[in-house]
Design a protein around this ligand. Structure first.
Ligand code: ASP
Ligand code: MG
Length: 452
């Protein structure tokens, strides 16, 4: 058994859904369980209309409901022609319910996380119905399963915590019997229900990967395929380095470092349940199903450099205090100030008398700096960027790091930090040097590779 997950762009319209049906068909002999996201953009639209309604702007909210209804109906008609009556009726009933909820919110004038979940869950409920109808028309023996019966969570609306035991139990009861009899269960990702009450919850934005990973882990899938609109993970962002190429295998920890420092293919934490159980997770492109994608695994080949990531728009905060030498608890006080001002810290380097940290978020910077002044001289460098070199064997010997610093040449470095795990060497540079730094490193570590 394998688990397939199709993201919003893979089910964005009739054409994409047809391609997706073809991909499912090509995996039919491997007993797939299928998760689908909402049609691209739908979750944002639903959240937007819920907010609008609760602000009392009912007309705008109802217009958004009708726009979404039209979009879903059009795709259904394009996929099914005259045979779309049944699914169109089902979806239409859901849109009526959505409109009624919008009205209720506009009367209440209040949007709780619980009502927001109820509304944002419509996207996956609709897309899973639509896909089931389309896959059936494609000749696939599919079976719609309400994800809320399987994805059992706690009641933290908006970011519900899944209950792995309950999910395993429900998966064995509601999914595996279909699989055994040659049917393909199709479920919406992202949504679940609270244990006990059965009230609809969601797993957080982008949560469909998490759904696929949780079910794959609970049922010991042979592999999980995350179908999206890029070829997989690349050695660098191709908009920054045009010679970037596909990475065939990446370690889970490498993927996590890359995601934190700019690569946005998926949020690695969402696939952790599966990767931890040794289940291979592939990232694949539904626009080019013949591609080989990227495999994310716990034990990748120990490459010196697997990929580069970079981002501009970083602020460097430096605190210098000669008295820091030999004092206890200085770091504690310092980081408490960051926590108090809800500013998350990215890269850190320290010397005996100074600490430098980078931050992405500067909303609370002014208040933070006021507090930090009590700890020493503070300086703020805006317009910095970070470039990360990631590889499982990066720190084996010193030669790779030496080569990296050598490749950067005359680019001015404001900070250098090697992660505790030794797999990420991050340098802070001027924002305008992120691109040339990435290019030079790529030329050094991935020479002569042309774009695919
Ligand atoms: N539709 C949800 C979102 O946009 C979940 C997902 O796409 O994974 O966040
Ligand atoms: Mg999405």
């Amino acid at each position: 058994m394998i688990v397939l997950k199709f993201g919003g762009t893979s089910v964005a319209d009739a054409e994409a859904i047809r391609r997706t049906a073809g991909i499912v068909a090509s995996r039919q002999d491997r007993s797939p369980i299928v998760f689908v996201s909402a049609l691209a953009g739908t979750t944002n639209a639903l959240i937007g209309l819920a907010e609008q309604a609760s602000r009392g702007q009912l007309i705008g909210a109802l217009r958004a409901v009708e726009n979404s209804r039209d979009r879903h109906m059009e795709q259904a008609e394009s996929l099914l022609g005259a045979d779309c009556d049944e699914v169109c009726e089902e979806m239409s009933a859901m849109f009526d319910e959505l409109a009624a909820l919008a009205e209720a919110l506009s009367v209440l004038g209040d949007l709780t996380p619980r009502s927001l979940d109820t509304i944002s869950a419509f996207g996956e409920q609709l897309s899973s119905l639509l896909c089931v109808a389309a896959f059936k028309a494609h000749g696939l023996p599919v079976e719609h399963v309400d994800a809320r019966q399987v994805m059992i969570t706690d009641a933290t609306y908006g970011l519900a915590e899944p209950d792995p035991d309950a999910i395993a139990e429900a998966g064995h009861r509601l999914l595996l019997p279909h699989v055994r009899e040659g049917r393909i269960p199709v479920l919406g990702g992202f949504i679940g229900s609270a244990k006990g009450s059965g009230i609809t919850t969601t797993l957080g934005r982008g949560g469909s990967d998490y759904s696929a990973s949780l079910v794959g882990a609970a049922l010991q899938a042979e592999s999980i395929e995350i179908w999206t609109d890029v070829d997989g993970m690349l050695t660098a962002d191709p908009r920054v380095v045009k010679q970037a190429r596909l990475i065939d295998v990446v370690g889970f920890e490498e993927a996590a470092e890359l995601a934190a420092f700019g690569a946005k293919v998926l949020h690695p934490m969402t696939i952790a349940p599966a990767v931890r159980k040794g289940i291979p997770v592939y990232v694949l492109n539904s626009r080019r199903p013949e591609g080989t994608g990227t495999l994310i695994t716990f034990d990748p080949p120990r490459r010196k450099v697997t990929a580069l990531a970079g981002k501009g728009d970083v602020t460097l905060v430096k605190v210098r205090n000669p008295r820091m030498l030999l004092t206890e608890g200085f770091m504690l006080t310092l980081f408490q100030a960051f926590a108090r001002h809800h500013t998350s810290v990215d890269v850190v380097a320290t010397s005996e008398i100074s600490v430098s940290v980078t931050v992405d978020e500067t909303t609370h910077l002014e208040a933070l700096v006021t507090d930090l002044r009590a700890l020493g001289d503070v300086s703020i460098d805006r317009n910095r960027g970070v470039v990360s070199i990631v590889g499982a064997a990066l720190a084996d010997g010193g030669s790779t790091m030496a080569r990296a610093l050598d490749a950067l040449g005359d680019i001015r470095l404001h900070m250098v930090s090697l992660s505790a795990t030794g797999i990420n060497l991050t340098v802070v540079v001027d924002a305008e040097h992120v691109q040339p730094a990435m290019q030079r490193l790529h030329d050094a570590f991935f020479p002569g590779e042309a774009a695919p």
